[in-house]
Every structure is written in structure tokens, then in C-alpha cells.
Design a protein around this ligand. Sequence first.
Ligand SMILES: [Zn+2]
Length: 374
Amino acid sequence: MTLNEIFCQDTAIESLQHAYAAGRMAHAYLFSGDDGVGKFSAAQAWARMLLCENKQTIRKKPVFIDSCGQCHSCKTFEAGGHPDYRPISKELVQYTKEGKNKKTPVDMPIDVIREFLIERVANRPMMGQFVVYVIDEAEKVNKSSQNAMLKVLEEPPKHCVIILLCSQLEEMLPTTRSRCQLVRFGPVSEARIVERLCAEGVSGTEATFWARFSQGSLGWALAWAQLQIEEKTPFALKKELVERLCSLELAGTIDMAEWMGQTAKKIAAAWTGRAGNVSTTDITRRSQHGLIRMTACAFNDAMKLANGQSAGLVHEDQAGRIGALARQFDAETAARQVEMCCQMHKWVDSSVNEKLIFEQLLLNLSNSDILNSF
Ligand SMILES: [Zn+2]
């Protein structure tokens, strides 16, 4: 991907271009923004441009410089084996000295930062002027590892460019932030996500659902909409989830928890085929988060309807069903359910047993006297 092809992040790309054209290219960047808004694509495209042997001036005012796509460096980059482009993620833990057979943890292990960044920054580029390091999920680099990185961020060797990607800026130490050029990536508008999904062949109704579900994250919207889950589309699965939620009774909670567990597994299996080097643990969490979020959105919609607001519902395509749900309880009760979903979201991150999470979620819902059979 070239910089010119990055979707809807003009402000971020322009700020990079502006500093570069003014001869103030940073050697340490912090790309900040929600998951899926294009930080990783932008970091890749920026790296490809820096490494390109024949940079192109696409526009003079304001200046926009991009990679050529034709030179040896660009071709090597696209083939995936550029020696001067070094993405760093926690999945590398299994390639550290002590990490053989280690499972990928939630946080970025210090060994990865030490062995793949700190101990390597002095290495000269193999092909061109720069070596570009891209650290994914920098918010998961804990405080002591961030401290260990400070010297490198403070004075990287001239040939080094380090890009930290982070979705929770508040997790970064002030000392880390102050050493990096901060580039903010905003959410993509609903209309642009819908437009993009429709261009990929997704129907308008479905595109609107994924755009709202993903809250401005184009990457997530695209990924979800394009998942191939056995016999069903992910949109059909979400419809089934809402149907089941709306007709849930206490006696059916264990069955439904079982169904959610199986569905989470199917989603994870579909994701494994597309997610590159993301660890199995993270893929499992992602699919569990997805189902819990769909549930939370249903209650959030019900809360809105109970308050008389019908615009912008996430499950707009099932507004009738959610409306029936909303009539069963008041907005405050719905708000409590949304809160409980947030709690379950945290349980997923704390690696609580999946069966327990879904059972707890559904028992709470069905015990709250708000769900009757319709
Ligand atoms: Zn090139």
C-alpha cells in the first residue's frame, strides 16, 4: 500500500509529510488512534516510502512524497521480506532466547523489546539509508519496558526510525510520549466506511451495521464483514444472536451460552485464516469480545428506544425485535446490562474461562426480570 492509498487519514498523513518536507523527519513516532483506523497500514506505507530508492513527488503544494512501487526496495517490501523493515509484536516472544514454546502473553514481553529492538538498533541498514522498526500495541509495553526503551527513543542512531503504534495513549509514559512525534489517527466517518464496504460488495443494510458496530474503525468493519464462517455470514450470525437474546428465558441460558461458545470458536477459526501472525489467544479474545459487543449494542439500542431515540441504532435492521425488548424494561435496567457486558469484556482480557463468561452474562440477563418469552 502507498501513502496515497491510505483511506480517510489525510490529517495524519499530511502531518507526517509536512515535517518530512521541512527537514524535520522524526526518528521516533507515536501513532495514536483506535484499533483498525489505519495506523499499521500508515506505518507500513511510511516505511515503504522512507526505504524507496526512487521517491515520487505526487504533489508540490502541499508537498506529498510517496514510494514508487517499482524499485528493488519497493518490490522487496511488497514481497514481504525487506531486511530493513522490522515489525515488532508480542508474537515474537517464541523467537526470543528463552521463549521457545512460550504462549503469547497479553502484554509485550520485555525480552521482545530487548532482543528485537534495543540490541539491534546499532545494526546498519542492509539495503538503503534507514532501518524502520514498527512496534505494534505499544500500549502493552509495560512501564519498566518503556523505561528500558527510553535511551533508544531519546537518541536513535541516524539510520533508525522507530514507529510506536498505540490505541491507548494514556498507557504511554510522559517520558515516552515526549521523545516521539505524536501523530493522531481519528475515527473514520460512518458514511465513508459504508461507502468502502459497499464498494467491496456488502449490502447497504449490512454495511451500516458493521460501520456502527466498529465505531469508526474501518479495519474492523472490513475484517468482520469479510469473514467466512462455515455455512453462515457473520451478519447472519449476529442476526441470530439478537433473535436468541430477545427470546431468552432462564431455562435456556445454558443452551445459549453453549451456542455463544461454539459461535466464538467458529469466528476464531475464520479469523485464523486471515489474521497473519496474530496469536491464537488474541484471536479467541477478539471473537469473544465481538459477541459480547453485539450483545452490549443490543441493550444500548434498547436503552435508546426506551428513551424515545430511534436514530443511529447499531442493530437498526432488527429495530422491531429490539423495540419489543425495550418495551420489557426501563432505560436504567438496560444501562445496567450494558455495564455488565463491559464487565464481561474485562473478564475476557483476564483470561476467565469462556464458558463461565457466557453463562454469567446470560444468567444475569435472564435473571434481571427483563426478559420474558414474547
Ligand atoms: Zn520505490
